[in-house]
Design a protein around this ligand. Structure first.
Ligand SMILES: Nc1ncnc2c1ncn2[C@@H]1O[C@H](COP(=O)(O)OP(=O)(O)O)[C@@H](O)[C@H]1O
Ligand SMILES: [Mg+2]
Length: 407
């Protein structure tokens, strides 16, 4: 498998021990809508992309799903989101030879358009769609898109509609110019509409939604008081890697690059990335590869690791830059105190607050910071030890310890 740091991985680059996740995702997609939940860089987009790849690799008869995948990170307005959604739905109707039906859903004025769409590529009519829908507001969009979605029940195959980076899009609504009130209204009506589409589903329903993204959707909606909009969704969790997986990852990467690492060196790497995401293994391996050496003793591995953490390359710095982006100055101050303390030892959540933070922020603010640090992939509540707060992986802990001057 190739060494990939950051982009979604599929096929032979997908760690074999994790393929069961793709099977689990397929099983879920047969029966319900769900949210893919895990911290950032744990492999959410990868599991979706590998699921799509496996589906596309089948011959037409064995294919089970139509899959619509939307990458929403850059979407800044509801109407752009709806336009994209609408176009892809029309395209699916075209591909599945159902385009003649859209007149009945969209109104007679779309009939001529539908017959043209049959003959030419969907992309070519993009401008025409834009023109025809220019005046649409959100309720008009709902009126047009809703029947196209319920109409999916007449298709032979199930349809899976994936919104990747969905909460990032909501975040854009908030930061790219809308008033806070507007943000709440827009988010409420958008998530409310999507929920109503799920509610009409019965056992015969042939479409499901999958939501995921790098900002915690549950917390985002909780904060504006509308978490009920998604409480019907099943949760699909991408777990951290176990030590056997960490070993497999390092060995598979080493094999592909003809690199030899002595057993102690491998053990050292495994100890640093276990319980984290495969991403940490990938960036650690990349640091080795970047030296252009081909054989590594454990001493070299340790020295390279040390230099990587002290140097803080791009792959680690992006962890930090997100905190700067998403935290207010007060929250950042709290997070620095929390992280620094956890470099020394894991501690119970409440104790940490009482000890160090009670005079800086209220408990709610503290919890928001902790939850964000969990979602950003820094911390976890240790299920094996009284729910203590601790760093997700030793690697991040070491990195932060250097940064905060603890080491
Ligand atoms: N199954 C996997 N096998 C190997 N590497 C993986 C796997 N899942 C994630 N990774 C590593 O993590 C990085 C981020 O994966 P991605 O799917 O984009 O995460 P997310 O969508 O959760 O942020 C990848 O570039 C890769 O380095
Ligand atoms: Mg992703």
């Amino acid at each position: 498998m190739e060494n990939i740091t950051g982009f979604p991985v599929t096929d032979k680059n997908y760690l074999k021990s994790r393929l069961f996740l793709v099977d689990e995702m397929r099983d879920l997609a047969r029966k319900c809508s769900f949210i893919i939940e895990s911290p950032r860089r744990f492999g959410k987009t990868s599991v979706i992309k590998e699921f799509i790849r496996q589906e596309n690799a089948k011959d037409e008869k064995s294919k089970e799903f139509n899959i619509l995948f939307f990458e929403l990170e850059g979407e800044e307005t509801v109407s752009k989101f709806c336009t994209k959604f609408f176009k892809e739905l029309l395209n699916l109707y075209r591909i599945r030879k159902k385009i003649d039906e859209i007149g009945q859903f969209l109104g007679g004025s779309w009939n001529v358009f539908a017959s043209r769409l049959k003959k030419i590529d969907a992309l070519e009519v993009g401008l025409e769609i834009q023109e025809k829908t220019r005046e649409y507001d959100f309720s008009k969009w709902k009126e047009k898109i809703t029947p196209l979605i319920t109409g999916l029940n007449s298709f032979d195959k199930r349809t899976v509609i994936v919104f990747d980076e969905f909460p990032d899009m909501l975040h854009n609504f908030k930061t790219k110019g809308m008033e806070p009130l507007d943000f709440k209204i827009v988010t409420d009506s958008l998530t409310g509409w999507l929920r109503s589409l799920r509610q009409v589903q019965d056992s015969e329903c042939k479409y499901q939604f999958v939501l995921c993204g790098s900002i915690n959707l549950r917390k985002t909606l909780e904060e504006i008081g509308i978490s009920k909009r998604i409480n019907d969704l099943e949760s699909f969790v991408i777990p951290p890697i176990k030590s056997a997986e960490a070993k497999l990852l390092i060995e598979s990467l080493a094999q592909e690059s003809n690199i030899e690492i002595d057993p102690d060196g491998i053990q050292f790497m495994v100890s640093k990335i276990t319980e984290g995401s495969p991403y940490y293994g990938q960036i650690m391996f990349k640091a080795l590869k970047d030296t252009r050496e081909k054989t590594f003793t454990s001493g070299m591995v340790k020295a390279i690791y040390d230099a990587m953490l002290r140097g803080g390359g791009h792959d680690l710095n992006h962890f930090h830059s997100r905190l700067v982006e998403y935290f207010s100055p007060l929250e950042r101050e709290c997070s620095n105190v929390v992280l620094k303390h956890l470099c020394h030892a894991a501690v119970p959540e409440k104790e940490l607050y009482d000890l160090l933070l009670y005079d800086r922020c209220n408990y709610e603010e503290y919890q928001r910071v902790v939850n964000r640090l969990i979602y950003e992939g820094y911390l976890v509540r240790d299920i094996h030890n009284k729910s203590n707060l601790k760093f997700v992986s030793p690697m991040l802990k070491d990195w932060w310890a250097y940064k905060a001057g603890v080491k």
